[in-house]
Design a protein. Structure first.
Length: 114
């Protein structure tokens, strides 16, 4: 059993910043890849950023230069620092982890007002 719990969502104005955090718990040895996805209303879920155990990162083009993903392997946590937020960043953000299979958090709402 693996549980992912996100925190840090909320309402922010255009140009503001938010930091999302996700903690994994349960029975597992190591987490291969951790990442963040988002799903806006009426749209498909899309990858925002991912990071492997070695710290190699992958960002969606629409967050390049604005968002930074980081993880702590010892604590099984992954964070997403979001700067220069835009209204189009409004979505439910989901934490994900690959531990053999893929596991998902419950999601946290991020709303950017114009």
């Amino acid at each position: 059993q693996v549980q992912l719990v996100e925190s840090g969502g909320g309402l922010v104005q255009t140009g503001g910043s938010l930091r999302l955090s996700c903690a994994a718990s349960g029975t597992f040895s190591i987490i291969d890849v951790m990442g963040w996805y988002r799903q806006a209303s009426g749209k498909q879920r899309e990858l925002v950023a991912a990071i492997n155990r070695a710290g190699t990162t992958n960002y969606a083009y629409f967050v390049q230069g604005r968002f930074t993903i980081s993880r702590d392997n010892a604590k099984n946590t992954v964070d997403l620092q979001m700067n220069s937020l835009k209204p189009e960043d409004t979505a439910v953000y989901y934490c994900a982890a690959r531990i053999g299979a893929a596991f998902w958090g419950q999601g946290t709402q991020v709303t950017v007002s114009s």
